[in-house]
Design a protein around this ligand. Structure first.
Ligand code: PEP
Length: 250
């Protein structure tokens, strides 16, 4: 089964509602360029409703950057899956390395958030990837194996089939240093093998995105790899021309 390419923009803590308007307008003007590709943008929580409204009737999906595992309650500062669904959000990034690095996210919390997202019908984009120290120590496969085993623990094959994985080598995020297409493909192929071993044939349907300094200039060669099914884009998703250039590369 052919996997449909997904290009998702992670705006991180950038763009107010007002600042997002020109970017969304520029993307809306070029939806014809998105034919055959799934496109999502993931603004900060405060801009979600406005971006959902602005993209209504277009193929652009809107995602959040995090979700809590409980449905409601005394969890100051957190947002539930039902709250995201209510404003029209369809997908959510889970376990981004910045969440792991700065906010104590672990594979166990990733797993809890993932279950909540799936339970509410959100499409999760689960981030995994090794640090530079881990890569240099030859630990890349062991690290992603552990993240997959614990982060995806207890999922059914059907639930995995509704999930997206993003391989984001931490050393390539926001650094301008991109994994070569061959380096990325090697890990993506390994990852798909892990998914096949754990979940069976549905692994062939799961989209595995690459993330880490993807730009218009390197997108096509990364996306041409057999097991790279799209991109999770940080910095380059904040400029319409760059984001559209990556979509064109797909
Ligand atoms: C990201 O934040 O997921 C990311 C890949 O960032 P960048 O494209 O800026 O490296």
């Amino acid at each position: 089964m052919a996997r449909r390419t997904l290009i998702a923009g992670n705006w991180k803590m950038n763009l107010t509602v007002a600042e997002a308007q020109p970017l969304v307008a520029a993307l809306k003007a070029r939806t014809a360029a998105m034919a055959g590709v799934d496109v999502a943008v993931c603004p900060p929580f405060t801009s979600l409703a406005a971006v959902v409204a602005a993209t209504a009737g277009t193929p652009i999906q809107v995602g959040a950057q995090n979700v809590h595992w409980e449905q409601a309650g005394a969890f100051t500062g957190e947002v539930s899956a039902a709250m995201l669904r209510e404003v029209g959000v369809t997908c959510v990034i889970i376990g981004h390395s910045e969440r792991r690095q700065y906010f104590g996210e672990t594979d166990a919390t990733v797993n809890a958030r993932l279950r909540a997202a799936l339970g509410s019908g959100l499409m999760p984009i689960v981030c995994i990837g090794e640090t530079l120290r881990q890569r240099d120590a030859g630990e890349t496969e062991a690290v992603v194996r552990g993240q997959v085993a614990e982060g995806l623990a207890g999922l059914t094959p059907e639930q995995l089939g509704r999930s997206v994985i993003a391989y984001e080598p931490v050393w390539a995020i926001g650094t301008g240093r991109t994994a070569t297409p061959e380096q990325a493909q090697e890990v993506h192929r390994f990852l798909r093998g892990l998914l096949r071993d754990a979940f069976g044939g549905v692994a062939e349907e799961v989209r595995i995105l690459y993330g880490g300094s993807m730009k218009p200039g390197n997108a096509a060669s990364l996306l041409a790899q057999a097991d790279i099914d799209g991109g999770l884009i940080g910095g380059a998703s904040l400029k319409a021309e760059d984001f559209l250039g990556i979509i064109a590369g797909a």
